[in-house]
Design a protein around this ligand. Sequence first.
Ligand code: 13P
Length: 287
Amino acid sequence: MLVSAKDMLNKARDGHYGVGQFNINNLEWTKAVLQTAEELKAPVILGVSEGAGKYMCGYTTIVGMVKGMINELGITVPVALHLDHGTFEGAKKCINAGFSSIMFDGSHYPIEENLKLTTALVNTCDILGISLEAEVGAIGGEEDGVIAAGECADPAECKMIADLGVTMLAAGIGNIHGKYPDNWQGLSFSTLEAIKAAVGDMPLVLHGGTGIPADQVKKAISLGVAKINVNTECQIAFTAKVREYIEAGKDLTGKGFDPRKVLAPGVEAIKDTVREKMDMFGCIGKA
Ligand code: 13P
């Protein structure tokens, strides 16, 4: 079922586990994530960046694909289809296309502008039953060409955005998109504690889930994180396995060139990564 992320995140917060957002890139990705969530009876969030949205031929195509798969694959676990790091225009398009969850990322605006634009989306999302994620304090690393240094959010600004009535809040705590550099200092738990104290019950979102050690992820969940985003790790796993297949020359024997065969090891690698993350987040069996 395509649902808002609200209930699944409130349950995760109360049950002290995290729900995974796995970014999708194509049909194989979407199928792999949905099938693994169903296998493990875990709620799941499919993340779509604006770049991936364009690649997959627009938001209405994605809504059609995801709804069709939920139906054809007999997916029974709650699934949220979520815009990741959306612009204001992107958020409007996804609302119209039938997404069940939206992230409006106004973190690069001055806080007054971020508050104004987030406010404009709160009522619409509320009326339509769409969950809304806001962001304060840029997440480090590169996302669709936007680069920021690993920043920590200001708890007072977090409270201002949380008080608008958003569903969930992404706040920088030293996390970075993509691979973590060797000299990464780790997550700032003092910042996370201060944010949690400021925003109360609001489920918090941890971006940059790729490569954060399990003990840090678990500690972040214990301090109020209810949603963890993973993108790069699935991409690395997928590409490594497809490379192995081709380098072993398997595409050169029999019908090994069939794209369904070429991509199959990559799909299995995505599934393994999703299983590992869901186990780490504690969401298995929580659907
Ligand atoms: P990673 O690519 O580092 O896993 O981050 C994903 C993310 O935060 C998407 O918003």
